[in-house]
Design a binder for this molecule. Structure first.
Ligand code: SF4
Length: 445
């Protein structure tokens, strides 16, 4: 009788980087003969890939432990593994005490040891090691799609005082040009044509093997040079990258925004428009330097859509300092922004240096004000698309609509059930733009 294959389930919290790490874990487990199951209650191995950006994300992981304890009553040999940012930043293993259902607890790069650990706990499931020391060399297993995320860098050296990433993911580590381009080429042969390059500060990328850049490559800056190389790949039509840091927006990276396959969108986190707050955040740039980058970006690529991240209620932020953020927002004229109310994260310098002295109500007020300004302006900008024809990459079918994104990464949709359009770039005439969605109809009909 043929033995059934062992099963795994992965629950992922947080950002695209975490999702890509989960794809890597899936790749590793598949190479060991595991198969994915939707049913987490019967899986041989349950992996929980965690996020630490906000306390609420960690609370969800603690809260879910009860569920795994119940599963283990009917399946006592189930392995529960917790990885990701929580495990990465918990050097003293203090959080582990609140994870009673958890058998394996490891930072993301240690996933290479999973085969050994599984073999120790359930020898019948696996009898081989991964043979890899660097987890970034594990090929991710992705759901079939025309879009893919490619991690080019993990960790961060910037140490913004509010952020857990350098503690959770360690210092910046970059993949080689060769590895990245091999992965992109392989994706293209499997029909992927829309790539998002991922890193914590993706534009500070430094190649360990610059000799693998082509001789014709016109760029010296390693990130700009990498973008040029990806632009040359046959089969790749759209390129996007995130997240960026303003101090790494060199002239060449700005020039690379004009490469032909680049989407017409740049996400450039600012966090605050006030120099004193930026200093206490350890953002390493001033308001004036940030605005200078924005001006050069707009000169290089007129009409580019801009997005940002902003934290309101950072310790000590006065109303006047918050008003500087509002004025910067208006000056840049963003298309979209993501607002967070400051929440202290244990282990960060911010917690050690600055008391969380802005009340919840005040943070909420500032958030509401900024959100209102953004929504008003975003709606105006979207309404300007009325009647225009935009190339939309359709990604999925949902509630009777085909939905995708424009070159500015705005969500656009048409009422249609024609799934053959998914994965294609199709011209759409915008007939009803609203705050978050551009509704339209096929322009080619
Ligand atoms: S740049 Fe700052 S906010 Fe971004 S990951 Fe690094 S430390 Fe965190």
């Amino acid at each position: 009788m043929q033995q059934e294959k062992p099963t795994f389930h992965i629950t992922t919290y947080g950002c695209q980087m975490n999702k890509n790490d989960s794809e890597r874990i899936a790749g590793l487990l598949s190479s060991l003969g595991f198969v994915f199951t939707e049913d987490e209650s019967t899986a041989d191995l349950n992996i929980i890939n965690t996020c630490s950006v906000r306390q609420s994300a960690e609370e969800r992981v603690y809260g879910a432990q009860k569920k795994y304890l119940i599963y283990k009553k009917t399946k006592p040999n189930m392995i529960v593994a917790v990885t990701g940012c929580m495990a990465g930043r918990d050097k003293a293993r203090a959080f582990k005490k609140r994870l009673p259902a958890t058998d394996l607890y490891f930072p993301t790069p240690d996933m290479v040891h999973l085969p050994k650990w599984i073999a120790e706990l359930r020898p019948e499931l696996v009898n081989t090691g991964s043979g890899l020391e660097d987890y970034l060399r594990i090929r991710p297993v992705r759901a079939p799609s025309v879009q893919a995320y490619v991690t080019i860098q993990t960790g961060c050296n910037k140490f913004c005082t509010y952020c857990v990433v350098p503690y959770a993911r360690g210092l910046e580590k970059n993949r080689s040009v060769k590895d990245i381009l091999d992965e992109c080429r392989e994706l293209a042969t499997h029909g992927v044509f829309d790539l998002t390059l991922l890193g914590q500060t993706v534009n500070s990328y430094r190649a360990s093997d610059p000799e693998n850049f082509s001789k014709e490559n016109p760029f010296q800056d390693h990130f700009a040079a990498l973008l040029w190389e990806v632009n040359q790949l046959e089969g790749i039509h759209r390129i996007h990258w995130t997240a960026t840091h303003p101090i790494s927006m060199t002239d060449e990276v700005i020039e690379a925004l004009t490469l032909p396959k680049q989407v017409n969108y740049l996400h450039l986190p600012v966090q605050s428009g006030n120099n004193e707050v930026l200093r206490r955040m350890n953002r390493k740039y001033t308001r004036e330097q940030y605005l200078d980058v924005i001006q050069r970006v707009k000169q290089a690529r007129p009409g580019i859509a801009l997005g940002t991240d902003i934290i309101v209620g950072f310790p000590g932020e006065t109303r006047e300092q918050f008003n500087d953020t509002v004025s910067l927002y208006k000056e840049v004229d963003y298309d979209v922004s993501y607002h967070a109310q400051y929440s202290p994260r244990s282990g960060t310098l911010g917690v050690k240096l600055y008391p969380d002295d802005i009340s919840k109500e005040e943070k909420r007020d500032r958030w509401d004000e900024l959100q209102g300004i953004m929504e008003e302006r975003t709606l105006e900008k979207n309404q300007a698309y009325q009647g225009s024809v935009l190339p939309v990459l359709f990604e999925k079918k949902e509630q009777g609509f085909l939905q995708g994104t424009t070159p500015e990464l705005k969500i656009a949709r048409i009422r249609s059930s024609d799934e053959s359009l998914i994965g294609k770039l199709v011209n759409v005439k915008i007939t009803k733009p609203s705050l978050w969605v551009l509704d339209g109809e096929l322009a080619d009909l």
